[in-house]
Design a binder for this molecule. Structure first.
Ligand code: NOJ
Length: 562
């Protein structure tokens, strides 16, 4: 593992959705043993770190984001000893490991919530959560909605209601309560003591609620969208920042290389920048990039606005195209409208998967050429598409039921990976046990084993791109500027000596002057860059023309909410 304290400023971090990465014990569900045996794959791929989604004991009402014990491992995933061995092994293989911290809510099976139920109204046990009496007409305390659909309040037997911004099995903690703060500080130390390199902070924008829990004005466009103001009663409230200042101090006490990445869905980059001020969280996912359409001006604007806002606080940007909550980008980019990040709440159009894959190849070269760090979501290196036609009997995302079976939810991006072989489970499990979500037979042509042997596969492109990125001094942190380019074309100059050119113009475009092609997402017939492709070119910096002016505001990001 590199001893570099600022590794996170330009790391490539691979998200492992633990239920679907690899199954070691043959029960059809991913686990720690399945991750451990595949670490060489990740090392060879060339990632710097892994982020593992929650592995704690959980009833799995929300795939593990309903935590019953923050300091143990769910027996379906392994043991605490297995986790320790994994942490050590990741380090031994030269990588880092980030674990998922879920502070906004616990599981309803968490001892604190069980004690709160038993203790009754007005008890100190209830004060750790947000229990309230209903209205005089028998309704919930306010009009807040759950992100997964339906009201954000559930009534218990004695008549009180508790708040859950997500599923009813995920009661929200009251972060004004001392016990809550102290408990999470000790959870941080628990995992830092075991050697983890950092934490991904779930719902970092949601921990603090307005003390009066007021109604959200019903004329608000969408009650769940984070507004560009500081007065939303439960999203992006300024009081969250003092929590992160105390966490930063704890991480620093273990060394400058222990880091946080915030999952904060906020209205614009300037608000995201507040989470990554020098004494707060180190980095935050940049969802504007993921939500951006496949359009040169829109992408350029997102890059400009993000870098400008984060530069102002000295934090590196992050770039991400897919994760376990969002329609996979192969599918998004294969639709007529590529805008919006593809929350599964939206209606879908037909998908041209081949076009989506072609664009995904180009998007990878853009993302990895941008300054800062990048997140990969497991399976994107195989070019997996969203499975939008899973049978409804297998759907597990709480969104499906809570939306009254109108929104299928996020299972389509969580299907277990195809590793090898010719039929499901495609090497995901050691035996023939069907995986917890069914894989389609057509993934036979996308297995890692097969793609390793194909020089033009998606996996081969990821491998090459990560290799160049690791070894080229212009990539990662450092200087960059846009070069003048034709309409629909992005040309990013990284110093020293590299230009990334992305063609979204609809037709071929000429390559700028260069010494040689380092990498391209498609073959380059006659030295031109075809539509929906990208290339990294080695250039002599003194031949590079003057920079183009930066753009002002992103035009088409749409807010998200996970
Ligand atoms: C964000 C996580 O990424 C998502 O999977 C989860 O459902 C919600 N937070 C609630 O924890």
């Amino acid at each position: 593992m590199a001893a570099d304290a600022s590794w996170w400023r330009d790391a490539v971090i691979y998200e492992i959705y633990i239920r679907s990465f690899g199954d070691g014990d043959g029960d059809g569900l991913g686990d720690i043993a399945g991750i451990r045996s595949r670490l060489p794959y990740l090392r060879d791929l060339g990632v710097d770190a892994i982020w593992i989604t929650p592995w704690y004991p959980s009833p799995m009402a929300d795939g593990g984001y309903d935590v019953a014990d923050y300091c143990d491992i769910d027996p379906r995933f392994g043991t605490l000893a297995d986790a320790q061995e994994l942490i050590d092994e990741v380090h031994a293989q030269g990588m880092r490991i980030i674990v998922d911290l879920v502070p906004n809510h616990t599981s309803d099976h968490h001892p604190w919530f069980q004690e709160a139920l038993a203790a009754g109204p007005g008890s100190p046990e209830r004060a750790r959560y947000l229990f309230r009496d209903g209205t005089s007409s028998g309704g919930p305390p306010n009009n807040w909605r759950s992100v997964f659909g339906g009201p954000a309040w559930t009534r218990v037997a004695d008549g009180q209601w508790y708040l859950h911004l997500f599923d009813a099995h995920q009661p929200d903690l009251d972060w004004q309560h001392r016990d809550v703060r102290a408990e999470f500080e000790s959870i941080l130390r628990f995992w830092l003591d075991r050697g983890v390199d950092g934490f991904r902070v779930d719902v970092a924008h949601g921990l603090i609620k307005h003390a009066d829990l007021p109604d959200i004005p019903t004329d608000h466009e969408d009650m769940l969208e984070p507004p560009d103001r500081t007065d939303h009663p439960h999203w992006d409230r300024p009081e969250v920042h003092e929590i992160y200042r105390s966490w930063r101090a704890i991480a620093e006490s273990y060394g400058p290389d222990r880091v946080f990445v915030a999952e904060a869905w906020v209205a614009k980059p300037e608000r995201l920048a507040c989470y990554v001020r020098p004494d707060e969280l180190h980095t935050a996912f940049n969802f504007d990039f993921l939500r951006c359409s496949w359009h040169a001006d829109a992408l350029r604007a997102v890059v400009d606005c993000t870098t400008r806002a984060l530069d102002a606080v000295g934090a590196p940007p992050t770039w991400v195209l897919s994760n376990h909550d969002i329609t996979r980008h192969v599918t998004r980019y294969g639709r007529a409208s590529t805008r919006g990040g593809g929350s599964q709440h939206e209606s879908h159009g037909p998908v041209d998967v081949a076009l989506g894959r072609r664009r995904a190849r180009a998007a990878l070269l853009l993302m990895l050429a941008l300054p800062g760090s990048a997140y990969l979501y497991q399976g994107e290196e195989l070019g997996l598409e969203e499975l939008e036609d899973l049978p409804i009997e297998v759907l597990q995302d709480p969104t499906w039921e809570r939306s009254g079976r109108t929104a299928r939810g996020r299972d389509g991006c969580r299907v277990p990976l195809p590793w090898s072989g010719f039929r499901p489970p495609f090497g995901f499990s050691p035996g023939d046990t069907p995986p917890w979500l069914p894989q389609p037979q057509r993934w036979v042509s996308l297995t890692a084993e097969l793609q390793k042997r194909e020089p033009d596969s998606m996996l081969a492109l990821y491998h090459r791109a990560l290799g160049v990125r690791r070894n080229h001094s212009a990539l990662g942190e450092g200087g960059w500027s846009w070069l003048p380019s034709a309409t629909g074309v992005l040309a990013l100059h990284r110093t020293p000596g590299l230009v990334c050119i992305v063609n979204i113009s609809g037709g071929p475009t000429a390559l700028p002057r260069h010494e040689r092609v380092l990498l391209s997402s498609e073959p380059l017939p006659d030295g031109a860059l075809p539509a929906d492709s990208a290339a990294w070119l080695e250039v002599a910096d003194h031949h590079v023309p003057q920079r183009a002016a930066a753009t002002s505001f992103p035009t088409d990001g749409v807010p998200g909410r996970w």
